[in-house]
Design a protein around this ligand. Structure first.
Ligand code: SAM
Length: 223
């Protein structure tokens, strides 16, 4: 089940720019009108920025994303997946059908930054995830924990898309209403059943784009 959404209005957008590697600049269109996915959320900026840190990107001086398969869930504008593509990954960004045109627009605007394929496709949590197999190397999601009915299908989708080697990065903003606190607790209970979960400490995150109330979880399927 998902909420009814308003599609992004592509005739009325405003942009936000992100520097990658010092030489590439990504331009992300956000829609003035539409549902929550029409704009870039802070958790997406924190996760995108973390991807550029040495803590994430370098292993034995090699770029861990180069040529790796990445799927982003609930991508909205597609900003996280677009960062991963600009850092060398082969990416599929996904969201509800209504957001595919906005994601596609953002892919088209940043073509020069990509060395591998990046596509935008519909994926409704709990539904057609088999079409996205084999499991990706990385599964990314930012600010996707925000309404009760979606929690079970979201966790099911994460679990079903993962293989034994998939690494999930889930970034979310802590919100302090009773309902959101309960939601976050429920999410943790669900993921703890299936995943080993490590929280990336603040000091390993990007020095400029990090926040006490935004968390990055690194998860792997339990055997
Ligand atoms: C708060 S927005 C975050 C967007 C983007 N990740 C960011 O952080 O900028 C949540 C996203 O989840 C998507 N979403 C909500 N329910 C969904 C569902 N059932 N299946 C797939 N995507 C869903 C929304 O369309 C929206 O783009």
């Amino acid at each position: 089940m998902s909420r009814s959404v308003n599609a992004a209005d592509l005739s009325r957008t405003f942009t936000r720019e992100f520097e990658v590697d010092g030489d590439k600049c990504l331009v992300i269109h956000q829609s003035e009108i539409g549902d929550v996915g029409c704009v870039v959320w802070d958790a997406a900026i924190v996760l995108s920025s973390y991807m550029r840190t040495n803590d994430f990107i370098l292993h034995d001086r090699r770029n861990v994303l180069e040529g790796k398969r990445v799927i982003e869930l609930g991508a909205g504008t597609g900003v996280v997946g677009i960062h991963a593509a600009a850092l060398g990954a082969v990416v599929v960004i996904t969201d509800l059908e209504d957001f595919v045109p906005l994601m596609q627009k953002n892919i088209n605007c940043n073509r020069a930054a990509f060395s591998h394929e990046i596509t935008a496709r519909p994926l409704k949590w709990g539904e057609n995830q088999q079409e996205f197999l084999p499991p990706p190397d990385y599964l990314m999601l930012a600010d996707c924990i925000y309404y009760e009915e979606s929690l079970d299908p979201l966790v099911l989708t994460i679990k079903d898309l993962c293989g034994p080697k998939t690494i999930v990065f889930c970034c979310y903003e802590e919100r302090l209403t009773d309902a959101k606190i309960a939601l976050e607790m429920k999410f943790h209970k669900l993921i703890d059943k299936y995943f080993h979960v490590e929280k990336i400490p603040l000091e390993r995150q990007d020095v400029h784009f990090r926040s006490e109330d935004i968390h990055i979880l690194k998860m792997r399927l339990k055997k």
